[in-house]
Design a protein around this ligand. Structure first.
Ligand code: ATP
Length: 299
């Protein structure tokens, strides 16, 4: 196999709680992660010249070790002493620095794809152990689907797929640094923890309305205080029939869950007309956990 094409799925956080901060700066989290059907496209090909080259349709992204796909490729090249070169073509469609784990998902796709291309024989767990060295969300991005994520993001429990619905995703035209939001959180008391156990029960019971009623994210108090547009987008979604709306990750992306596509489309139009969001997507959950033995040609 000299070439492989992969989809790197984005995610939203149905719930995100922070339990504490470790001495090394990492945070202990408890999150319910959900893949969505918006993705970047990667093509990895072998090249005769040794080394890693990256091209991307987003000129502002680094193409050297600053890019997470580069770091993922380098990790496997160094460990397995791969002598052939690698070219990664990254077509970004996911919003960048948005709380949708775009970079992590790209890196996860590289680990997964190179494992297949070079027949490295690594299991999903082996890939996740390596992925977490690059980024805390990478293990989830390898697994995908509906997942409870604990520890710093490396303790994963796959869940029953969350009940299907229409997901409206809106990213305002601001960029938020994940590191900044976590640092700010460390100096603030957390007043309102999401009911993760309640959400787990709702998902287990396939109860869409109970699930949508329990969306919550402790990072929202930080990001929303600085960027009121997050609250404004949520209000538009809720007043147009969303059963729930919340911020994803450290933001600024906001998502709303709808039981009806027409309502979601009406909210989509309104957000567009009001220029509240720069990027808007109407999508659905992606609910296939990635398994090692799957044939992912084209995925
Ligand atoms: P998370 O939800 O994990 O916090 P995010 O959506 O907030 O992720 P990313 O889109 O992954 O953030 O990107 C954050 C930063 O990482 C960007 O500012 C960018 O410069 C850098 N970066 C490195 N590699 C990538 C990549 N492949 N795609 C996007 N950003 C990347």
């Amino acid at each position: 196999m000299d070439k492989i094409s992969l989809k790197a799925m984005g995610k939203i956080n149905l719930a995100l709680d922070v339990l504490g901060r470790r001495e090394n700066g990492y945070h202990d989290v408890r999150m319910i992660m959900q893949s969505v059907q918006i993705y970047d496209r990667l093509t990895i090909s072998k090249s005769r010249e040794a080394g890693i080259t990256v091209t991307t349709n987003r000129s502002y992204l680094p193409t050297d070790q600053g890019n997470l796909v580069y770091q993922a490729a380098k990790l496997l090249i160094d460990e397995f002493k791969i002598t052939e070169g690698i070219h990664i073509e990254l077509k970004k469609f996911l919003p960048v620095a948005a709380g949708m784990a775009g970079g992590s998902s790209d890196a996860a796709a590289v680990l997964y794809g190179m494992n297949r291309m070079f027949r490295l024989g690594l299991s999903g767990n082996d890939l996740m152990k390596r992925g977490v060295k690059i980024g805390a969300d990478i293990p989830f991005c390898i697994m995908r689907g509906t997942v409870l994520s604990e520890g710093i993001g490396e303790i994963l429990t796959p869940l029953t797929p969350a009940p299907s619905c229409h997901v409206l995703i809106a990213k305002p035209g601001i960029n938020v640094s994940t590191r900044y939001v976590y640092e700010k959180l460390d100096s603030c008391p957390i007043n309102d923890h999401p009911d993760i156990d309640g959400m787990l029960a709702a998902i287990d019971a396939s109860d869409f309305y109970a699930m949508a009623g329990k969306l919550g994210n402790v990072l929202e108090q930080i990001t929303k205080a600085e960027y009121p547009v997050i609250g404004e987008i949520e209000s538009v979604m809720l007043s147009h029939g969303a059963a729930g709306a919340a911020m994803s990750g450290s933001g600024p992306t906001v998502f709303g869950l709808f039981d009806d596509e027409e309502k979601a489309l009406a909210a989509y139009d309104l957000l567009k007309e009001g220029h509240l969001a720069k990027q808007i997507y109407l999508t659905k959950f992606f609910n296939t956990h990635r398994r090692q033995e799957e044939n992912h040609a084209g995925l």
